[in-house]
Design a protein around this ligand. Structure first.
Ligand code: COA
Length: 177
């Protein structure tokens, strides 16, 4: 499945993305804010592509103008979601983009298409988004997209790749909204 916005193509991850992924994901500003370790090598990035990023509904973001791989948007489905309060037919969105591409409204644009896809093609009931306490950039994205604050939960240490118990603020948007 491939999705498109005005400036971006959202397509499945490929093994050959490993070098471009490493260039972005080795910067701690990206992973630590999203809850994962900075990538340590191209091989580490390739391993992530073959495991986590190969899940259904995870998309690489590629700029149409330059063909550069810049980030990732996707849905966690089923038990992969971070809170038991989310419904069976809900999804939890995740997103990140390389530091050089911050501040151009790219993630809100990609997320609008992912949300359309989630409600129209996947017939989801609600889409959630969670960000760690202090991640004001991610809160801005949630606000711009019309997500509404629901509750705060401490992440279970065993579910955290960083082995932390940080508070996550959860926001939601329903099909009707
Ligand atoms: C959060 C994130 C996805 C936002 O993506 P984006 O495409 O830059 O989104 P926007 O362009 O709408 O910018 C969102 C906010 O980031 C902040 N921001 C923008 N450019 C910035 C820069 N160069 N440096 C620091 N902050 C910046 C601004 O507060 C902006 O809000 P504003 O438009 O009201 O000024 C991106 O910053 C990121 O990948 N961060 C690291 C990973 C992460 O936190 N993921 C979310 C996990 S829940």
């Amino acid at each position: 499945m491939e999705l498109q916005t005005e400036r971006m193509i959202l397509r499945p991850w490929q093994d050959s993305d490993a070098e471009a992924l490493y260039a972005i994901a080795s910067n701690p500003e990206v992973g630590l804010n999203a809850g994962w370790e900075p990538h340590k090598s191209v091989e580490h990035s390739r391993e992530m592509i073959r495991t986590i990023f190969s899940e259904k509904e995870f998309y690489a973001i590629v700029l149409k103008d330059t063909n550069e791989l810049v980030g990732c948007v996707g849905f966690l489905l089923g038990d992969a979601k971070h809170s038991k309060k989310m419904g069976d037919n809900d999804a939890e969105a995740g997103y990140w983009i390389g530091v050089p591409y911050w501040g151009q409204g790219l993630i809100p644009e990609a997320m609008r298409e992912l949300i359309r896809h989630g409600f129209e093609d996947l017939a989801l009931d609600a889409i959630w988004e969670g960000y760690y306490e202090g991640n004001i950039r991610s809160k801005r994205v949630a606000d711009k997209l019309g997500f509404i604050y629901q509750f705060t939960e401490a992440e279970n240490e065993k579910d955290s790749p960083l082995h932390l118990t940080q508070d996550i603020h959860f926001y939601c948007i329903t099909k009707q909204e």
